[in-house]
Each structure stands twice: as structure tokens, then as C-alpha cells.
Design a protein around this ligand. Structure first.
Ligand code: ANZ
Length: 843
């Protein structure tokens, strides 16, 4: 059967590639220019799915393309093999997470081989191997030495289902990114990476990626880092020695502050309440309990009525000495800025809602109806030419709408008349002079919490001594290996299962030799994936995480391909660690991924595929029934890379037919390999050379579907030439079939090898150099069109043989000779037969 042939060809070529090391990257002696093409490595949960099929197809197209273009290409693969699903599966089955993990890796590896992806299989890594994760530990120690890894107690995101902490990035809409459970806060002492030290660089360096990364991803990173520029302003508090600092992006509105609000769950609120009357204390405690009972989801909802309690304490406005009542309200967050705000209800919507709810004063200090743009005010006049006074901005207390825009300052003493920008500069200056404020920035980004209370991860290489010190494991003692899971209770219980591995956890203080305990937590697996692209460059190196010379040769990654679900977490962490490695002098670049390609999802009837919905199209089923090439061509043809693709539009049978047609042609070519192509049929040669000329740009723009369409067009043109034209022995037929094989290699490598062989060549077509397009074959064919007016020829036009009717008619109408012949007669009818005739009739 044809299926049997397809599978036989797959097996044959996969064995050939593997035996001949066809796709291994060239070593240091290889003088070709280099390209590093990387697909995001898979997590080994079960077999591969259609998302993987897309991901590794796209990286393979790019890798194969650059090989044809004469590059030494590195296209490695590995597994992101630590993490919760393995641990949960192990708990369910009562086995070691290792078994599940490595069994799945074996299965995925098999599938990827059967898919014909041109990976360099000599560089495979698994993050759960100790010769990988020892370098996570090394990295941790590097950060620790520089104060970039530290421990602190603070309220953390806690997943009650997985019984482990989560990084901010792993909380999506208040829920655990993995299991969907509502996340709660818990106070714990945990390890953090000081990513906030890099906030400015992480933000500013995004500019250099503009045009190379999807704009949407850059924007998501910017929003996540969330830099706000403004001022810190210190307020004296009656009955308190220390001032309270607030962060404001609008210090220009300081004269409009009418109260202060502190986060109820902050230490400051507790302290202020403690200094008030017993009634206030009780009211505050009740309110605090109410706030604590809420989830982050509820608290962050914007359309909720405002709540709060008056603390009966007062702050003093540093610019005018006014007494501002202090309230506690949950719209102020404890962990942003300083957990306290100066409330300016006239110009901030949240403050206005609160002021209306509790009847607090509202004072306008920016006239937002005033022009800020120039010296000449634009004065509107009515119908009689009488100037109309500009309408005063509506009073926010009546309208309920805060005046957030720009304008001219009013009710603000020396600031009156200034625009927002100038007023901000002036206020900051005077606050600085008075020692009660300064320019400041705030970020949404928080330090990266990396401790996890789970088994299946990299042990944190720190030791807790009896006298309470926390000291690093000396680098020469790495790796700290995970113990066997046997005998350990892996069930989530809030503390790491490793703590119960008595033998493992008991160690000695590296400094004194006294008894000590290992840190029982493991690292967030995003640490593993933050630098894996560097480990591929020095596989198996036992002395270093990666060799600087290898990094110089290959990194950064030229093309990184993966799903948009990693737009924030993984990419941000990898960018951060790259910058740290740069500062450590380990790499000479500051961004890890020079270009990024995000693929869309494969869906079914507009819905995400999933096991639970029962609408899963299985990768291995498709491979078995249609073969790798048909699946690859169908996916590549289904639409633009970044679009979601409905499986209904993915035609594996259509692809199968196309591939069979292409292969049949290779078998029919009857001219010898050394024929002179130049003697061949010109029309067919034009189609061939146009593809050679256009495909490189199309591939670089990731318009893979267009390249497949052009290949189909070429195959049709060859068929036509064989059947009804110059015949199978025409040199142009051979030339076109050879080019088809070479370009088809990007999409259907097994079929391409079969074609190449049938055409009389040695393998591998994967290493054939891209043929140059002949420019003389790219010039468009021209024909002469005649223009008639009332039956008389009035002009002739040189036009493209492919011109369409409307374009030809436009050219004819615009022609000077035609216009002259028409005079003032009017065209009543136009008959157009592109590309040869335009015929006008007149009145
Ligand atoms: C006075 C003011 C007047 C403000 C005005 C805004 C408009 P972003 O842009 O998100 O950084 N703020 C400060 N700390 C806060 C906290 N912990 N929880 C809730 N809100 C907080 O927002 C900065 C603004 O959010 C700050 O500027 C502060 O309100 C408020 F017409 O100060 B503003």
C-alpha cells in the first residue's frame, strides 16, 4: 500500500541520517557562518501533541533552510524534565517520578525521530540529570555570592492544592497556573532571586528586540515589569516619630490631597490602629479579617464598591501643612510602592469613588479644560463672532468622573498656571530641597521566588548550621544529588518531602564540620530552563556549565520558536539570567534570543484540544495513518505560523496526494543529470526560478504556507509540461523537479530524499546548496495590448502578460493618446480582454 511505502521511506531515511550524522552541527574547525535555531524544549508529560508537531516543524523548516543557504546550523533538543506532573503521577501510582519521566522522554524521543526533525541528537540534555542540575546549583551559588539569591520572610502565593509556593508569574487571575486552584497568601521564609535589580535593563533592552520579537510579547513583558515614574513623598504623622512615605505618579496634585489611605494588611496600618481608640481598633480588626477572607481575585476586581475604616489618625501635607485623615482601605495594596497613598480624589478615580462613598472633600488642582500646548490660546466663537468662555471642567464630585488628563494647575500656590509636566518637575525640586521627597520609580515586577516544597526538582545547595547560619555547599561538592524517592512520602503537605529523607538531609557544616541540615526545598523549574540554551553548546562538559568559546561561537540563539504561553515567565527569566551571566563575564551578549517566533495553537472546531474534552487529535495516530511528511506539509500549509489553526482545515489527505504527485514526477524525469537546463522550456523555467528567488524572503518572514502553495504551483506546472507540453525529457522538467526536491526538503524531508534519489543523486538533499535564481528568467513576460475607440486602434501598450482586466482598463484610460483621441466624448462602454484588448465605445 502507499502507506507502507511512506513508512518504509521514513525508516530508511531516518536510519540514513542517524548513521551519517547528517544534521550534526559542525565543530570549531567548520568555517561556514553559524546559525543557532532552537525550539522550546518539551516537558515530558505523555506523548507529544499537535502543539509540539507545529513547534518542531517550524524550527525544522528554519534549520533546514539555513543549511541549504550554506550555514553551519545547530538545532538541538532536550527535555525540561523536572516538575510537578511527574511528581503527581508518581504519587498516584506509588512510583518514583524518575520512572514516569524517563519513560515519557523515551516515547517523545521516538515520536520526534519519526517526525523526521533534523535535530543534532548528539547534544540531548535532560534537566533532571545530575550532570545538568549540578549547574543549576552552580548558578545558584554564583547568584548567592553576589547577593542576588537571598532568603526573606514574606507573604507568598500558596497553592493549597499543590501545597507549594508559586512565583507571581505562576499566578494567573488569582489561580494556580498549573491546577487552577485559588491561590492564598502564606507567610514563609523562602529563597528569592533579585530580578528587580535588573528591572530597568530588562525593560530598556526590549527596545533592541523590536522588529525581531512579536510586538505583543514585548508589550506583555513591558507591562509585567510595569515601571512607573513619579516621586516618593514623606508625610509627618501626628503622634508618630517617623514619617510615612507614599509613592505617587502625580506629585503635581499634592495640593489636591485630601486624605491618606494605607493598605489594611500592612504593618503600618496595624501600627496606626494600635495607637488609636479601642473602638477604632475593633473596627480595624473586623475590617482586616474581612479583607483577609477575600481572595486576590475578589480584591482586584475594579467594579466593587469601596470599603474602608477611618483610623482616627492624621498626616500633614508637606506643601501646605493641612491635616489629612488617614483611612485603611483594601484598594491600596500592601506590596506595591510603600503600601500607602496620598489620595487625590479630584484626579484619581479610585480615590474619587472612595471620597464619594465616605463623603470626603474633593479639591480640583488641575484645570483639565485649559490648553497646555502653547502661548496662543484657541478661542471658540459663537455664530455672532462673540468669544465663548471655555467651559469649566465638570466638578468630579457631581459627575463621579475623576479628571485624569493634563491641564493647568490651579489652587496650588506657586504651581498655578504650570502644565502637569512642569508642575511635577517643580514639586519634586522643592520637596527635595525641603528634604521631604524625591524622584522615584516603582515596578510591578517582584523578586523571583524560587523555593518549592516539592521533591522532583534541583536541591537548593545550602546548609543550615546548628548555630543558625545558612551557608553554601562548596562548589567542589556539587552536585547535591536527589535521594531515591523510595520510602519518601511525596504527598503535598506544605513542607518539602526531602526534609523527611533523614540520611540525605543530615550533613555537616562545610566550615566547622559540626552537624547541619540541608535546605530541603527544590528550585522552581524555571531556573532549569533559564539557561538551557547555553548547555546545548557544551554538551557533557564536566568542568563548566558551558564553555565561553562555544558561547562565543553559537550564542545568542538566532531563531527561537515556541508557544506564546511563555511570553512572560520563561522568556523573562532567561533574559534575566543572561544578563547576570553577562555581568559575571561568562557571555558577551545581553539578550539570549535574537529573534522569536510564536506559533498559534492547533484547535478543533474553534476550541482548545484537551484530553478532558475528548477532542484530542493524537500526534502518534496522525503519524501512523498519514506519515510524517503529510502531517508536516498539512500543518505548514494550514495557515500563517502565528495564527491558530483549526484541525478541520489541516488536510493530511490533500498533503498526501500532493506528495505522491511530486514523487511520481521525479520518477518520470527522463533526461540525464547533466542536461543543459538553459535548453529547457522557458515558461516552466520561469516558475522554477521565481520560486528560487522568492522562497528565501518568504521563509525569513515565516510565510511557510505561501512557500508550500508555491511548491504546489510548481508541481502543477511540471505536470502540465510533461503531459501537454515539452515532455518528460525536457531539461526544464529535470531542473524544476530538482528544485522541488530541494525546497520540499524544508517540509517533507523523506519525500524530498526519495525524489533526490530518483533523480539520480546521492543523499542527502538536506545538504544541497540553494540554487541561485537566474535574473533573466525573473523579468516579467510582456505583451502588446491594443486600445480601440469606437473600433479604431488609438494606442498600443506594453503590459505584463499577467495583467488583470481592471488594471489594464485603468492604464488605457490614463493613456495620453487615448485622452487626446477621446476629446470631450464620454466613454459609455468598455470591453476589456486582458492582456490583449481594451475597446471603448462613446456617445
Ligand atoms: C496620587 C495620585 C493622583 C495618583 C492622581 C494617581 C493619580 P501606577 O501607575 O500603577 O504605578 N498607588 C501608589 N501605591 C499604591 C498601592 N500600594 N496600592 C494602590 N495604589 C497605589 O500607580 C501609581 C499610583 O497609584 C500612585 O499615584 C498612587 O496614586 C497609587 F491624580 O498618587 B497616585
Amino acid at each position: 500500500t502507499p502507506e507502507n511505502d511512506v513508512h518504509a521511506a521514513e525508516a530508511k531515511w531516518q536510519a540514513y541520517w542517524s548513521e551519517h550524522g547528517t544534521f550534526l552541527a559542525g565543530g570549531a574547525e567548520d568555517t561556514r557562518p553559524r546559525k543557532y535555531v532552537l525550539a522550546m524544549f518539551p516537558y515530558p508529560s505523555g506523548d507529544l501533541h499537535m502543539g509540539h508537531a507545529e513547534n518542531y516543524l517550524y524550527s525544522d523548516i528554519v534549520a533546514r533552510f539555513w543549511r541549504h543557504r550554506g550555514y553551519n546550523v545547530l538545532h538541538p533538543i532536550g527535555w525540561d524534565s523536572f516538575g510537578l506532573p511527574a511528581e503527581n503521577a508518581a504519587i498516584q501510582r506509588g512510583t518514583d517520578p524518575r520512572e514516569w519521566t524517563y519513560a515519557n522522554i523515551a516515547q517523545q524521543r521516538e515520536s520526534l525521530k519519526r517526525y523526521g526533525v533534523s535535530f543534532d541528537w548528539s547534544r540531548v540534555l535532560h534537566t533532571s540529570d545530575d550532570d545538568y542540575y549540578r549547574w543549576n546549583q552552580w548558578l545558584f551559588l554564583q547568584l548567592h555570592e553576589r547577593g542576588l539569591a537571598y532568603r526573606k520572610e514574606s507573604p507568598v502565593n500558596w497553592c493549597p492544592n499543590d501545597q507549594t509556593v508559586l512565583a507571581n508569574e505562576q499566578v494567573v487571575d488569582g489561580r494556580c497556573e498549573r491546577c487552577g486552584a485559588v491561590v492564598v497568601k502564606k507567610k514563609l521564609t523562602q529563597w528569592y532571586f533579585r530580578i528587580t535589580d535588573y528591572a530597568d535593563r530588562l525593560l530598556d533592552d526590549l527596545n533592541q528586540l523590536e522588529g525581531f520579537w512579536p510586538h505583543k510579547v514585548l508589550q506583555m513583558q513591558r507591562n509585567w515589569i510595569g515601571r512607573s515614574v513619579g516621586a516618593d513623598i514623606d508625610f509627618e504623622i501626628e503622634g508618630r516619630a517617623e514619617k510615612v512615605t507614599v509613592f505617587s505618579t502625580r506629585p503635581d496634585t499634592l495640593h489636591g490631597a485630601t486624605f491618606m489611605v494605607v493598605a489594611p494588611d500592612s504593618d503600618l496600618a496595624a501600627e496606626l490602629a494600635a495607637g488609636a481608640s479601642p473602638e477604632v481598633r475593633t473596627a480595624f480588626q473586623d475590617y482586616l479579617e474581612q479583607v483577609r477572607a477575600q481572595t486576590d481575585i475578589e480584591r482586584q476586581a475594579t467594579d466593587r464598591p469601596k470599603t474602608g475604616v477611618f483610623l482616627d489618625r492624621f498626616a500633614i501635607n508637606p506643601v501646605n501643612g493641612e491635616r489629612l485623615p488617614i483611612w485603611a482601605a483594601d484598594y491600596v495594596l500592601a506590596d506595591y510602592g510603600h503600601g500607602a497613598v496620598m489620595a487625590v480624589p479630584a484626579h484619581d478615580q479610585r480615590d474619587l469613588d472612595f471620597a464619594i462613598r465616605f463623603d470626603l472633600p474633593v479639591r480640583v488642582v488641575v484645570d483639565t479644560s485649559a490648553s497646555v500646548t502653547g502661548a496662543i490660546p484657541v478661542i471658540d466663537v459663537d455664530d455672532d463672532g462673540v468669544p465663548i468662555d471655555p467651559a469649566p471642567a465638570d466638578d468630579p464630585k457631581t459627575t463621579g468622573v475623576a479628571l485624569a488628563g493634563d491641564g493647568r494647575l490651579v489652587n496650588s500656590g506657586a504651581l498655578d498656571g504650570l502644565s502637569k509636566r512642569h508642575a511635577i518637575a517643580r514639586v519634586v525640586e522643592s520637596l527635595e530641597a525641603a528634604g521631604s521627597g524625591r524622584a522615584a520609580k516603582q515596578y510591578r515586577l517582584r523578586d523571583w521566588l524560587i523555593s518549592r516544597q516539592r521533591f522532583w526538582g534541583t536541591p537548593i545547595p545550602m546548609v543550615h548550621t546548628e548555630d543558625g547560619r545558612v551557608v553554601p555547599v562548596p562548589a567542589e561538592q556539587l552536585p547535591v544529588r536527589l535521594p531515591a524517592a523510595e520510602g519518601l512520602d511525596l504527598k503535598p503537605k506544605g513542607t518539602s518531602p526531602l526534609g523527611a529523607a533523614t540520611e540525605w538531609v543530615t550533613t555537616t557544616d562545610p566550615e566547622t564540620g559540626a552537624a547541619a541540615l540541608r535546605d530541603p526545598d527544590t528550585m522552581d523549574t524555571f531556573v532549569d530552563s533559564s539557561w538551557y540554551f547555553l548547555r546545548f553548546l557544551s554538551p557533557g562538559n564536566a568542568d563548566v556549565a558551558f564553555d565561553g568559546r562555544d558561547a562565543d561561537r553559537w550564542a545568542p540563539v538566532d531563531a527561537y520558536i515556541g508557544g506564546v504561553e511563555h511570553a512572560i515567565l520563561h522568556l523573562l527569566y532567561a533574559r534575566f539570567i543572561t544578563k547576570v551571566l553577562f555581568d559575571l563575564g561568562k557571555v558577551d551578549f545581553t539578550e539570549p534570543f535574537s529573534s522569536l517566533i510564536n506559533q498559534g495553537m492547533v484547535i478543533l472546531d474553534g476550541a482548545k484540544m484537551s484530553k478532558s474534552k475528548g477532542n484530542l487529535v493524537l500526534f502518534s495516530d496522525e503519524l501512523a495513518s498519514h506519515g510524517a511528511d503529510a502531517l508536516r506539509v498539512a500543518l505548514a500549509f494550514a495557515g500563517p505560523v502565528e495564527d491558530d489553526k483549526d484541525w478541520k482545515d489541516v488536510s493530511t489527505t490533500g498533503a498526501q496526494k500532493f506528495l505522491a504527485r511530486a514523487l511520481r514526477i521525479a520518477g518520470e524525469v527522463s533526461s540525464p543529470t547533466d542536461v543543459l537546463w538553459a535548453d529547457g522550456d522557458v515558461a516552466l523555467r520561469r516558475v522554477t526560478h521565481r520560486l528560487l528567488a522568492d522562497a528565501p524572503t518568504l521563509v525569513e518572514q515565516t510565510k511557510f504556507n505561501v512557500v508550500v502553495a508555491r511548491l504546489m504551483e510548481l508541481v502543477n506546472a511540471i505536470r502540465k509540461t510533461i503531459d501537454t507540453g515539452a515532455g518528460a525529457d525536457d531539461p526544464a522538467v529535470r531542473e524544476a523537479a530538482e528544485v522541488t526536491a530541494m525546497v520540499l526538503d524544508l517540509f517533507a524531508p523523506h519525500t524530498a530524499e526519495e525524489m533526490w534519489e530518483a533523480l539520480g543523486y546521492q543523499p542527502s538533499v538536506g545538504l544541497v546548496t540553494w540554487r541561485a535564481a537566474d535574473p533573466t528568467l525573473l523579468v516579467e513576460e510582456k505583451v502588446t495590448a491594443v486600445v480601440q475607440i469606437d473600433g479604431k486602434v488609438r494606442a498600443t501598450l506594453e503590459v505584463s502578460a499577467k495583467i488583470d482586466g481592471p488594471s489594464l482598463e485603468r492604464l488605457a484610460r490614463d493613456d495620453e493618446r487615448v485622452a487626446r483621441a477621446l476629446g470631450d466624448r464620454e466613454i459609455t462602454r468598455a470591453i476589456v480582454r486582458a492582456p490583449k484588448v481594451v475597446s471603448f465605445s462613446t456617445k
